[in-house]
Ligand binder design. Structure first.
Ligand code: BES
Ligand code: ZN
Length: 459
């Protein structure tokens, strides 16, 4: 068993405020990857990451892409020791709606032991735990017990396309024994988790056009197909009242849940009431025949993410709009293939296109879902490290979000990812008032430092 040397743990304890200050510094950079207006700020976050590694004298490269830079960094070579690849992302989601933030999204604010800022948990705070653990080792022992490769990108929130190309091209440079990622959540406060499954995604924009310009709805309504009506109908047809997605073939490749897994879901202490309170609803809903936990992590889903068309201003305007559109996505599970889904979707929508309407379907991004085998020495090592850092052993869960590059690590590098999340379900990721618990930040650092000794013992 690899124990953390006491001086490493002591360094972590003694540097709590410096570690927090560093996190706050990164949180002040608005690295919003989807918004081209923030391109320079996003690049500044990449530089900030590179500087962290420069300070440890790691070999660091900044790789330019057609989007945002990738930071590659390598710790000094330890002969004969295993190699772990740490993945993280320095980009964040847009902070809107801005007026719902209690403190401004890029001015980190500490309240009741949590730091509030966009990116606090997703993924700046979580990612940094693996930087700070390496710092603790380097500053106290002068070296790490294993080889670390850091691969940090700025396009996770927009699909990781450039990183995928990079991995395909530089497989040899990225050879490793396992991947370590902290960009997920604990099961509950005080109940850390190892996530062994993530959903994939297929994201689209549908644009419908009807008449050549907006029309008077009195003069033309009833005789000319309204693109907004057509859009509502088409979007509604994609799912039935039982929560089953209606695209022919959609479920063909879905790996069914095993009895053992369903028992696993049931054994987790989950309160439907607390879940409803968390999101502020009186009822949950979803695919019939499945529990809330299964629906939100291990079964496919369909969501409209945005919708537009026609008059949005004050009061009423009688108009038959010329155009309407929507952004929508499917969460996928193993073994669904996003490209197959795209083709099936295109055919389905074409078939349900009302007369007088033309459509354009834009495929924005896609990634398959993943499950990671639990029987591995790496998982066992992670569980021991979590026990050291959090004082309790982890539960094993699947989560519904997506980290697109995880399937690429499996297919291109042939390695499993250890999904060790320090976040909480109520961290407001992608929402106003995102937060990260600072005690979990420090527990994450302690766990990570222990993980390096644990992984070092695996032959
Ligand atoms: N940290 C999340 C992934 C996540 C969310 C894991 C919830 C587990 C539970 C990640 O940064 C993220 O938000 N990914 C996007 C990917 C998409 C834009 C391709 C997602 O899931 O929407
Ligand atoms: Zn995210």
């Amino acid at each position: 068993m690899g124990k953390t040397p006491p001086e490493v743990d002591t360094y972590i304890k003694d540097h709590r405020s410096e570690f927090e200050e560093d996190l706050f510094e990164l949180l002040r950079i608005p690295s919003i990857s989807v918004d081209s207006q923030y391109k320079e700020e996003t690049a500044r976050a990449a530089d900030w990451v590179a500087t962290q590694f420069d300070r440890l004298n790691f070999h660091t490269e900044r790789i330019e892409t057609s989007g945002h830079p990738i930071i590659f960094s390598q710790s000094p070579m330890v002969e004969g020791a295993p190699t772990a690849l740490v993945y993280g992302h320095y980009d964040v989601q847009p902070p809107d709606p801005l007026d719902e933030w209690i403190s401004p999204p890029f001015e980190p604010n500490v309240r009741e032991g949590n730091v509030y800022a966009r990116g606090a948990t997703d993924d700046k705070g979580q990612m940094l735990t693996h930087f700070k653990s390496a710092e603790a080792w380097m500053k106290t022992k002068g070296s790490l017990p294993l080889n670390l490769i850091y691969l940090i990108e700025g396009e996770e929130e927009v699909g990781s396309e450039n990183l995928e190309h990079f991995i395909e091209k530089f497989q040899d440079k990225l050879a490793c024994d396992c991947v370590v990622i902290s960009d997920t959540s604990q099961f509950a406060p005080g109940q850390p988790a190892i996530t062994y499954g993530l959903r994939g995604i297929a994201y689209y924009e549908l644009r419908l056009s009807g008449p050549s310009q907006d029309l008077h709805s009195g003069t033309f309504g009833g005789a000319v197909t309204n693109p907004a009506n057509a859009l509502a109908t088409m979007l509604a047809r994609l799912i039935d009242e039982e929560g089953k997605i209606q695209i022919p073939g959609f479920y063909d490749d879905v790996v069914p849940l095993t009895t053992r897994e369903r028992e696993g879901f049931q054994s987790l202490s989950f309160s439907e009431q607390r879940f409803q309170d968390l999101v502020g609803v009186k009822n949950t809903s979803g695919e019939s025949g499945f529990s809330t936990l299964e629906r939100r992590s291990a079964r496919p889903s369909y969501d409209v993410n945005g919708i537009w068309g026609g008059y949005q201003g004050e009061g009423a305007k009688t108009v038959l709009p010329a155009k309407a559109g929507a952004k929508f996505s499917f969460r996928l599970v193993p073994n669904q293939d996003p490209q197959t889904i795209s083709q099936q979707l295109q055919d389905f929508l074409q078939e349900h296109l009302p007369p007088g309407i033309t459509m354009q379907l834009v495929d924005l991004h896609g990634a398959p879902g993943v499950v990671v085998p639990l029987e591995s020495p790496y998982i066992e090592a992670s569980a021991r490290a979590i026990e050291h850092g959090f004082g309790t052993s982890p539960v094993y869960i699947r989560e519904g979000g997506s980290i697109p590059i995880v399937s690429t690590f499996a297919s291109r590098l042939g390695v499993d990812s250890l999904l060790l999340g320090w976040g909480q379900n109520d961290d407001n990721t992608h929402s106003p008032n995102e937060k990260f618990n600072l005690a979990d930040y420090h527990r994450g650092i302690r766990t990570s430092a222990c993980l390096w000794s644990e992984l070092a013992t695996i032959q």
